[in-house]
Design a protein around this ligand. Structure first.
Ligand code: UN1
Length: 495
């Protein structure tokens, strides 16, 4: 019997109003049914928001440290169940076990960080311009947050949102990605078991057009945190902009690894293999372009093709597998569509470019690791996000051209430069238009205690991760305390 999941509202598992459901199946093996989930509608969102609104006053009244303590307990549950969650994640999302263990670990790191941060919700104290008066800034919770999550980090990304938002004293309604809902059920179950009170976190399953739209337009939501495509991000920004809600967006990427003539090529090779084919290329931080200086271009390309051809593709539950399937048939079609575009544009397909078929593959959505050479910077495969195991290799004359090509997309999330020349590395850090730059390390692998996000069409200036996430989920209050006993008029008395 497959597990029947229900929405989680006000601490109870409840059926959706519509009674409609959908099946969540393993992208490596369509015979493996992970669970049956509700397809909810606006009435379920309204019930969840009402529960979160009712729970807010008591939750915000708790000392932050008491909230942090519950986050610590929840994190201990994640540690205890790590292997179970990792297996569930691999079954619903497809990435290999090593990576889903890392995904749960990212949630663990974020949770322990939150527990510590609950004792450090610091503000600033400044002297006043008047005598016998002081000024300071304190952080306050905001209300009910709406969260809309992607499928590529089924537990880590919900944790990036929920842990800081709850620690700050907000309550929340979360919409998991339709493709990876079971991981959110597990995560929220841990929060509840740890003592998060009823109504503080609510889960509503369903589509973006039904649940997502209802959430972003709901008048009792104070803000939306969204990770996903730039197209959807733009829509959310429009709706929340009109109603003046806070909106934090972490969107697409077209990340590049730039390899200079003096780079350690073996190191650059390990970096690009991991960056391009890890998570089957389905990360916003994935290495989608390899930009190589002409002196080492041919050698680097040969090394990449040789190793990428040997990557073992298969069901992520098999520990020897290095790359899992695409998350869905639709995603694989998108990837294949880009391969066709690349060929038409005149890029040279040097590896892959096709679906994997045969007994081991026919029940899943597998795609061969794919490499294009002779890619010119204006081609669509060089500028558009593909979100699959496709690497475009671009040859450049020198450092300046490399930086120009790297910056030549509308995205700006992650970037990597491989060089031994410290002057070049420093110049690259200065010139690259991206939220994250790695030197001699791949474009993926951000750490939870550091700001995470990008520039240009990758976002709208917010940074999840680290202390900056606490700035997203709290409101600043400036306080003036006058202990002079008289009326003091700033500006006027000093004029
Ligand atoms: C994402 O793909 O949206 O840096 C997040 C990384 C991971 C997070 C990726 N820690 O690749």
């Amino acid at each position: 019997m497959s597990k029947q999941y229900q929405n989680f509202i006000n601490g109870k598992y409840v059926a959706s109003g519509s009674g409609k459901t959908y099946e969540n199946r393993n992208p490596a093996d369509q015979d493996d049914l992970v669970g049956v989930f509700p397809l909810s509608g606006p009435e379920d969102v309204s019930a969840a928001v009402a529960a979160a609104k009712a729970a807010y006053p008591a939750w915000r009244a708790l000392p932050a440290q008491a909230r942090g303590d519950i986050m610590r307990k929840a994190t201990e549950i994640l540690v205890r169940n790590k292997e179970e969650y990792a297996r569930l994640e691999t079954r619903e999302m497809g990435k290999v076990l090593k990576e889903t263990r890392g995904d749960v670990q990212e949630a663990v790191d974020t949770g322990f960080y939150a527990a510590g941060e609950s004792r450090r919700l610091w503000g600033t104290v400044a002297p006043s311009e008047m005598p016998d008066k002081m000024c300071y800034v304190t952080r306050q919770p905001m209300g009910v947050w709406g969260m809309i999550c992607p499928w590529n980090f089924p537990m880590a990304i919900p944790s990036w949102k929920l842990f800081p938002a709850l620690t700050c004293g907000n309550t929340a309604v979360i919409k998991p990605a339709t493709l990876t809902p079971a991981s959110v059920d597990a995560f929220v179950g841990a929060l509840h078991e740890a003592g998060v009170p009823d109504g503080v976190v609510n889960v509503v399953y369903g589509s973006g057009s039904e649940v997502g739209e209802a959430l972003i337009g709901h008048p009792d939501i104070c803000g939306i945190s969204f990770t996903g495509s730039s197209e959807v991000g733009r829509r959310i920004a429009e709706v929340t902009g009109k109603s003046l809600k806070r909106c934090s967006l972490e969107l697409g990427g077209k990340n590049a690894q730039l390899v200079m003539n003096d780079a350690d090529l073996e190191l650059a090779l390990e970096g690009v293999l991991w960056g391009a084919f890890g998570t089957t290329g389905q990360r916003c931080t994935a290495t989608s372009r390899l930009i190589v200086e002409e002196g080492v271009h041919d050698r680097m390309l040969e090394m990449v093709v040789d190793r990428a051809a040997k990557l073992k593709v298969g069901n992520g539950l098999d520990e020897s597998v290095e790359m899992g399937p695409c998350v869905s048939d639709g995603q694989r079609e998108t990837v294949h569509g880009y391969v066709e575009i690349g060929k038409k544009e005149g890029a040279k397909l040097v590896l892959g470019g096709e679906k994997l078929t045969g007994d081991d593959y026919d029940r899943g959505f597998f795609y061969r690791p794919t490499v294009f050479a002779d890619v010119s910077p204006a081609m669509r495969i060089a500028v558009e996000e593909i979100f699959g195991p496709v690497l475009s290799v671009i040859k450049v004359r020198d450092f300046e051209e490399g930086i120009a090509v790297l910056n030549g997309t509308r995205y700006g999330l992650s970037s990597a430069v491989y060089t031994k020349d410290v002057n070049r590395a420093m110049k690259a850090i200065e010139l690259i238009e991206a939220g994250i730059t790695y030197i001699n390390a791949p474009t993926i692998g951000a750490e939870c205690h550091m700001p995470f996000g990008g520039v240009k069409d990758t976002g709208n200036g917010h940074r999840e991760g680290g202390w900056t996430a606490y700035e997203i989920f709290s409101e600043q209050k400036t306080v003036y305390i006058d202990y002079s006993g008289g009326l003091q008029r700033a500006q006027i008395d000093n004029a």
